[in-house]
Design a protein around this ligand. Structure first.
Ligand code: ARG
Length: 389
């Protein structure tokens, strides 16, 4: 019997994969990645075994996810198509990496995922696995199997004597982790339809959020968030706290038409309270401490970083090189940002840093002004000179 390691979520597709592979002569080890999705992992482990898995791994990867995936993307200012903070895209390479590690430890022949052939996730899983261990075979049953609907899958499980408490109808396809949620499919496929309230789980509606603002400060050290309101938080706790503060103020909802790697446009909705707050705050602090050229130059690289992440190229040389670049950029991004959260808006109202390049005595129009305006006459003349006829 061949041995495989399946990235297992406990949903209907991956639950079907286990007996489906068994029929084809594979023994399946189920791997559950705890990325803070808040599932009942005890229940999911039992489900994996019930459907025929020979063994189950459940790893808490939350800290690694935040420190080695979400934070580097934050430092890079990586936002796909100006809106998506990549919570789902960042989760795939870490899952795939640990899947490969388990496969190596277990001497497995293949890794298996439950992604469809229309999405980005298949690319992220497979490219990662191939880059980390090209010897492993990759199996993607959902792309080729005979089932067309959820009902087909439920009937199939029933025919194997497996009955799961899973509903036939599922209004949306949802991917969740501690850094954000992605909700798609169902009525959301019509881009004219407003997302209904019931798709959201991390954020309240801005309309229902408190009328009085929440003021808060975030401290950064070299581009990494360390404190909220003066109190030090470990990375995972910090993200949870920001999700809570952002969520209750309706921060981080996104509704967008997105370009998938496979060439189709899709309507995506997201909620990412912590990412929205962190990106907003850090970007503002950068404005205070970075010189003009660095700020302008790095913009294109932020976009590149977002594309690499989105397109499954996390474990590539360029991505690692960009990390080194952004580490250098952030040598001086230390300081405090003051924010006001109010009804879906995350507004920076103050910032300070020991490395601030802002010089009040140059900027002021008050009596302490030291800017020598007489010098501007010559400067402006020379500035425009090349274009004069
Ligand atoms: N479109 C997003 C991405 O490619 C989210 C995918 C979410 N997956 C899901 N099963 N809902 O990163």
């Amino acid at each position: 019997m061949k041995k495989v390691v399946l990235a297992y979520s406990g949903g209907l597709d991956t639950s079907c994969i286990i007996p489906w592979l068994k029929e084809r002569g594979y023994q399946t080890i189920a791997f559950i990645a705890d990325l803070g999705q808040g599932d009942d992992f005890g229940k999911i482990k039992k489900r994996a075994l019930k459907t025929g898995a020979s063994k189950v791994y459940c790893l808490n990867l939350q800290n690694e996810f935040i420190t080695e995936y979400a934070f580097p993307a934050l430092k890079a200012g990586a936002v796909y198509e100006n809106k998506y903070y990549l919570a789902c895209a960042l989760s795939r390479p870490i899952i795939a990496k640990h899947q490969v590690l388990i496969a190596q430890k277990e001497n497995a022949d293949a890794v298996v995922h439950g992604c469809t052939g229309k999405g980005n996730d298949q690319v992220r899983f497979e490219v990662t696995a191939r880059l980390l261990n090209p010897k492993l075979e990759i199996i993607a049953p959902v792309r080729t199997w005979e089932f067309k609907t959820r009902e087909d899958e439920i009937d199939y499980l029933k025919s194997k004597g497996i009955v799961l408490p899973i509903s036939k109808k599922k209004p949306y396809s949802i991917d969740t982790n501690i850094y954000g949620r992605a909700i798609e499919c169902g009525i959301l496929e019509n881009p004219w339809t407003e997302p209904p309230e019931d798709i959201y789980a991390m954020t309240v509606s801005p309309q229902k959020a408190p009328n009085t603002p929440t003021y808060m400060t975030i401290d950064f050290v070299k581009g990494l968030p360390t404190k909220i309101n003066g109190k030090t938080y470990a990375p995972v706790a910090l993200i949870k706290k920001l999700n809570e503060l952002g969520g209750k103020n309706g921060i981080g909802r996104v509704d967008m038409i997105e370009n998938r790697l496979v060439g189709i446009k899709s309507r995506e909705t997201y909620e990412n309270p912590s990412g929205t707050i962190l990106h907003t705050a850090l970007q503002d602090l950068e404005c205070l401490v970075l010189d003009r050229d660095t700020m302008q130059h790095k913009r294109a690289l932020s976009q590149k970083y977002a594309e690499l992440t989105y397109n499954g190229l996390w474990f590539t040389p360029l991505k690692a090189e960009l990390d080194a670049y952004f580490d250098k950029v952030h040598q001086k991004t230390t300081g405090t940002v003051r924010l006001k959260l109010i009804k879906g808006n995350c507004i920076v109202v103050g910032r300070k840093s020991p490395h601030s390049r802002y010089k009040e005595k140059l900027a002021t129009y008050g009596k302490h002004d030291v800017f020598d305006q007489k010098q501007s006459e010559g400067f402006v003349k020379l500035w425009g000179m090349p274009f004069q006829s």
